[in-house]
Every structure is written in C-alpha cells, then in structure tokens.
Design a protein around this ligand. Structure first.
Ligand code: CDP
Ligand code: MG
Length: 755
C-alpha cells in the first residue's frame, strides 16, 4: 500500500514528494513551517485557523496576498466555517460521512479545504477529489477555491472535466471533477488508489455517474480502510444516503448537518393555473420591479432559447416601464445563465446590480434568468425574489423503443423548496410560484426522479463491465434501474461486439477507453477498414459537442440560407464533416463562423475533442486514413456509420412515413435535417421525443450495407414480421439471383468487411 504513516512528519514527507531539488518551495529557515505539528487526520480546528491566519501559504510557501485576506474574511462568515472543529473531529473518527446543508452554506468550497488541511494529501502523494455533476460547476468552483487558497488554478488546485484537464500531475492535490470523469478513472484503477479522500458533491442531483460511484465506493471503502468518503447533499435525500452507506458496513454513517442560516421566505402562489408560464414569469418580474423593494431577482426557466427570448422581452418591457415612470422605477439589467454560455458571460451573474441613475431615483435591479444550474450548483448572492414557474427540462428514456426525451416537465416539491430557498440568503425574501397551492400539493412528486431510472444505460453498462462487475442486476444501486433498460443496453453492446457471454471482448475493452458512447467509439475503431478514419474522427468529434448552428429568432431565414450553403444532400453526418473542414480552411478569417451562423466556441471545442480522441486512437494503433476520391469516401463513411448505428435505422414504409427497424415506431425527420429528397433507408444518431417522434442527424444508407456490415442484427430469421422484413427479404432474394447469375464470372468486389 502506498499509504502513509500517521507519525510521519508531513513537512518532511512534503519535501520528498514535492519537486526535486531546491527552489522556491524550500522555505528559508527563518520562516516557520505553517503546518508543523499537523498530524494527518488528527488535525484540529485551532491548528487550521492558525495556519489560515498565518502569513505564509503552507502550499506555495509564498506570502499571502491582500486578496487572500479579503476572501478569508468572507469565508469566515459561511455557516460551514463556524463548524470547522466539529467537522474535523467527525472526519478524524469516521471513514464515511454524509454532509447535508443548505445551498450557499459553504459545503462545496470549504469542506474540501478542511479535508486537505486534515488529510494532508500532498504529504503522501495523494489527492482529494470533489465531484460535481455539472462541468460548469466543477470549473467555476475550482477557480473560486484556487483564489481562496491563493494558488494559481491548475497547480495545487485544479479541475478535470471531459476533454479538459486542468491539473498538474505531482502538484495538484485538490481536484474538482465531473462525476463522469471519476467513474472513468475508476475503470483504470478500480480502487482509486490515487485518492486519499473522495467527496461526492451534489449527490441529491442523482446523476447516473454519482449513483454508480456511490455503489463502487461502498465496495472500495471495504477494501481500502485508508480511503475516506464524504457524500454531500443539499436536500434531505441525505437520510437515504446515510442508510445506504450504513447498511453493509455494519457501522452507522454519521450525518453532519450544516444548519442553514437563511431568512424566512414568503411563498406566494397564483390563484389560477397560468396558461403560459414564460409570459407569466416576465409579467411577474416587471411587477416586482415596479412594486417591490430593492433586491435582485432570480427566474427559473427551462432552456437556452426560452431564456434568451425572455431576457429580450424583459429588457424591452423594462425600458417601456422606465420611460413611463422614470422617477419611481430604477434601471434593470437582465442576465441569462445556462450551461452552453461561454465562461466569461457566466461570470456576469456575480456582477453588482446597476446603481441608481445620476438624476436620482431608486437603485437598479439585477434579474438573472437561469436554468436549473442556479437551483443548487451555483449560488448567486443578494437574491431576494425568486420567480418559479414550476418547470424544468427533464430527461426521459423509453427502453422498449430506445427513444430519449428531454421534455419540459413539472419539477418536484424538493426542487420547488430549493428554488424558494434562494430568496432568503441575505435577508427575508419572496418566492412567486406561478402555480396554485393545490397543484403544488397534488400534482408535484416529492423528489426528482433519479437519472438512472430515465436514461439510456449503454455507456454505463460498458463502464460497469469494464470495472469487473459481472452481475449488473445485483449491483448495489442506490435505486436499481429498470431491468429492461439494462437488457437493452446489454443487447446493444452484444451486437456491437463489445460483450460476449457477459464478458468484455478485446473490442469492448478498447471501446471503453474512449470517453464517448460505445456506438461512436465503434465507428472510430472500424473506420480504418473503410479508409475514412480521418473523417470519422471529425464526425465523431462534431457529434460530441453542442449544436454548432445558431438560429436567432429574428434572423431565421438568413441562418437557414447560410446552413443550406454548407449542407450536403447525402446526409447530416457528411454535412458535419463539411462544416468542420470549411471552418478549418477559414480559420484565419475571424468573421467566417459569424457570417455562417456557426458557433465558434462549439467548433473550437470540436477541434479539442478531435485532438483528444486522436490521441486515444494512436494509443491503440488505429491508423488515420483518408481516400482521395470524394464519392468513394462519402460512401465509405456512411458504410462505417452502419457498423455503429445499425440499431438506429428507419425504413420508409408504403404510407410514406419512416418506421424504425424491428421496433416499428413511426418517426419523423427533424426539421434540422438536410436530406433531400427523402431516401428509403436512413440511419440516425438520435431518436428524441420532443414535440414529435423526431430522428436527428440523419444519413441515407443502403439496405445491402445493413445486411453486409450488421448481419448479426439484421438476421432476417429473427426479424418481426412487417414491411421492413419484406423489404429486406426482397434485397436478399435479388442478391441471391444476381450472384447465381454471376457465379462463374464473379470476382467478389466487396469492400473490406467489418468483423
Ligand atoms: O456548496 P454550497 O452550496 O453549500 O456553497 P458554496 O458553493 O461553497 O458557496 C459558498 C459561498 O462561496 C457562496 O455563497 C459565494 O459567496 C461563494 N462563491 C463564490 O463567490 N464563487 C463561486 N464560484 C462559488 C462560491
Ligand atoms: Mg455546493
């Protein structure tokens, strides 16, 4: 075990593990070592406070900056800070702890720092990890904590999210990371030996990755008595986690409660249900601005487009209001917040509200219109009014037909309570619920559904198998997924060639090394056989980033025209390739993305993703090949797609609508699809239920390819009766008669066949 001896002198150990040789990290003899006398995991609050108040940064050995002192004073006011002694004691005495506390009490920023001071991971060459379900939160909190610790982000404190690693091996000892990243690390190192303490934060969000990590860590904790685990939650779900972790260990898991220091929030319901919640939200914001006292407003809406539209209307209406009555109405700024917003723009939510006009009148007001991000992951100070329409976008998955949905749905009571809580952080506040009290009582679920019950589990199952978990049904889930969701995932992995008799195949093991869906990694692995791996790499990267197209509401026609110029008729996958290639060709033209209604940020991200996937390909000696003949190349690309997405094929039936193969679901091409004319057979990347059963990112395929490259799945004898089966049968018959006619002249010119 690479562990530690608690009697070690941590200062000496730090010297050993730190960079070799002298240099700035060697303190001058006159400076007293700030951590002297600290015994790992036996550190007291008094010791930590003394170190925090000291002149010298114990990790960089530099003198503290004035900014450090200023932030430290703010930290001292957080509820968690007042409980440092109690926390350190519980941390010393227990292996697993569940922490529950109001959003904004300082859990995410302070607890990991307390842990660092007690655990002293740097003295034993280990790390403390703190997971976050959202990328945005991992990045922004790591930045904040680096500032709090007077450290450059990416050195002792860093973050790691998919496709972006902001850490320095050997130096970083506190790492904020997405839960998905930690799960991936567990695949390489199932005991997570690098970590001395793992903190699962925002556990109440119940993402698939956090849920699976809880199951894994419960097992690891039994093998590794030196590993400490902290589960943090903003809601009373905490009791569930406490029971979960207590069950098998036989030792009860303590609950560490951070008392909220919140002010009362008056909750106001509407008398009647609101027919249009966006319109009602806008109206409520203006009513607050006109009639309520000073204080900022937080509005919860469901997505980027809705938020941008609402912000625009709020700004216009506020202007009208001010023009009518500039004496009693102050200035208003309206700021959007959602995850695809660039980081600098996300920072704007922390800006101070506008001042009063120079001519007098009341102070200005800041209105933040946000998705669920602001519910618990990010705390915005000085919010006094919350407008809660009662909806959010929620994931759904129907395993029977493999359809995913992201629908605007009613939030849970627990969510509604969280939202209301945001109004009482600085002084008594008000929460305007745009639904009736009756609906709150009778229509809303108690808790939000855990994601594991509403997700496609293909990648999760592959990860679990890679982790050596054989019995997926009996894995110790916090909430077990539906058996059908597991079966569907196993079936797909089996057809992809990743599993055989419940075991991971060599192909499956390689697939698991890519941080993308198994269907996509399969494409990368087989693409050299079709001599299009270079292009497939681009297409896969483009499918792994957010939508690259802009379509502003007042420039829809121009946007559509710009898109048409880059669209290739054979399929959206080739269009994605074309867009990326054109972007690269015009990389020096600063206006190119802008004039083509493309997101520069998304394309840049695609470039990063591409580079990272390429490194993984190189690691497995997967060649990067290309063909010079464009026609042949485009055909081969679509054939490659069949090798990964054969289960996502639809056939145009006699009535002119598309039916998915085997499941026979009627589907419709998404309006964003550029295929013209509509071909008989199509392959799609996504089947989403939104306003209709849409298939998105679609390309034409030939039925012969299905039989040739996905014969296992397109085994006609197992096909359900129907139009698709008849169509396939015709192809088989035709082929048989052709080949019998050709039998003596025949040199088979088939392409390289996939295994
Ligand atoms: O995790 P929890 O919701 O309990 O609180 P936190 O995220 O640790 O936030 C505690 C305080 O740190 C907030 O109220 C903010 O004042 C501050 N903070 C910040 O200024 N910038 C951030 N990116 C995160 C937190
Ligand atoms: Mg938090």
């Amino acid at each position: 075990m690479a562990g530690s001896d608690p009697k070690d002198n941590p200062y000496l150990a730090h010297h050993y593990n730190g960079r070799k040789g002298a240099g700035p990290s060697t303190p001058s003899p006159s400076i007293k070592e700030p951590l002297s006398g600290f015994r790992p995991r036996k550190v007291t609050g008094e010791q930590v406070r003394k170190a925090l108040n000291g002149d010298i940064n114990p990790f960089t050995k530099q003198r503290h900056t004035p900014q450090y002192r200023k932030i430290l004073e703010a930290r001292k006011k957080l509820p968690v800070y007042a409980q440092m002694d109690e926390f350190l004691k519980i941390f010393s005495e227990n292996q697993v702890i569940v922490v529950v506390g109001e959003t904004g009490s300082g859990k995410t920023t302070q607890i990991p720092q307390f842990v660092v001071y007690s655990d002293l991971p740097h003295t034993k060459g280990k790390l403390v990890a703190c997971t976050q379900p959202r990328r945005v939160a991992a990045m922004s909190v790591a930045k904040r904590v680096a500032d709090e610790m007077d450290i450059q982000l990416g050195r002792h404190v860093g973050y790691s999210i998919r496709f972006e690693d902001m850490t320095e091996p050997g130096t970083t000892f506190l790492k904020y990371m997405t839960d998905g990243m930690l799960l991936r690390e567990a695949m390489k190192d199932p005991s997570l030996e690098r970590y001395s303490t793992i903190i699962l934060d925002e556990a109440h969000e119940r993402t698939v990755a956090t849920d699976v990590l809880m199951g894994l860590l419960k097992g690891v904790a039994k093998r590794r008595s030196d590993l400490k685990i902290i589960v943090m939650s903003a809601t009373l779900d905490a009791l569930k986690f406490q029971n979960y972790f207590s069950l098998r260990s036989g030792v009860s898991t303590p609950l560490f409660k951070v008392p909220g220091r919140t002010y009362p929030v008056e909750v106001i319901y509407t008398q009647e249900p609101e027919p249009d919640y966006v319109e009602a939200a806008i109206r409520t914001v203006l009513m607050i601005h006109r009639a309520e006292e000073e204080g900022d407003v937080l509005v919860f809406l469901t997505g980027e487009k809705e938020i941008e539209d609402a912000c625009r209307k709020i700004r216009l209406d506020a202007e009208d209001l001010i023009n009518q009555d500039s004496e009693s109405v102050g200035p208003l700024v309206c700021i959007p917040l959602y995850s695809s917003l660039p980081p600098q723009q996300q920072q704007r939510i922390f800006d101070a509200p506008p001042a009063a006009r120079s001519t007098g009148g009341p102070r200005g007001r800041k209105v933040v219109v946000s998705t669920n991000i602001a519910e618990t992951s990010l705390t915005i100070d000085r919010i006094v009014y919350v407008v809660d329409p009662g909806f959010s976008k929620q994931k759904g998955y129907i395993p029977r037909i493999r359809a995913e949905s992201l629908l605007v749905s009613r939030i849970s009571k627990a969510s509604a309570q969280q939202r209301a809580g945001r109004a009482g952080r600085t002084r008594p506040g008000k929460c305007f619920r745009l639904y009736t009290e009756k609906d709150f009582m009778s229509e809303m679920e108690e808790q939000t559904c855990p994601e594991i019950l509403a997700s496609n589990l293909t990648i999760t199952v592959l990860e679990l198998v890679k982790l050596g978990i054989k019995d997926l049904v009996r894995f110790d889930y916090v909430d077990a997924p539906a058996p059908e969701a597991l079966t569907r995932a196993i079936e797909l992995l089996y057809y992809l060639g990743a599993l055989d008799n419940g075991n991971l195949t060599a192909l499956g093991a390689t697939m698991a090394e890519f941080p993308i869906d198994p269907q996509l990694s399969k494409l990368l692995i087989v693409s050299p056989e079709f001599k299009c791996s270079n292009e497939m790499l681009t297409i896969t990267a483009m499918m792994s980033v957010p939508n690259v197209w802009f379509r502003p509401y007042d420039q829809k026609q121009q946007a559509d025209a710009a898109k048409a110029l880059l669209t290739l008729p054979d399929g959206d996958h080739l269009t994605l390739l074309n867009v990326y290639n054109q972007y690269k060709r015009n990389i020096h033209d600063k206006n190119w993305t802008w004039t083509h209604f493309l997101s520069h940020r998304a394309l840049q991200q695609a470039g990063n993703v591409r580079a990272q996937l390429q490194r993984t390909m190189e690691r497995f000696n997967i060649d990067l090949l290309s063909l010079s003949d464009e026609k042949e190349l485009y055909t081969n690309i679509r054939q490659t797609l069949v090798c990964g997405f054969f289960m996502q094929v639809a056939h145009k039936g006699e009535k002119g609508n598309y039916l998915t193969v085997k499941d026979n679901q009627i589907v419709v091409l998404h309006p964003s699809c550029g295929l013209k004319p509509q071909p008989k057979w199509v392959l799609f990347n996504e089947f989403v239920l939104t306003t209709g059963p849409f298939i998105r990112t679609v390309s034409e395929v030939k039925p012969e390819w299905l039989l040739e490259y996905a014969g296992g799945y397109f085994d006609i004898s197992t096909f359900p009766k129907g139009e698709t089966k008849r169509a396939l049968q015709r192809i088989i018959n035709k082929k048989a008669s052709k080949s019998s006619a050709r039998v003596d002249s025949g040199k088979d010119d088939r392409k390289a066949k996939k295994k």
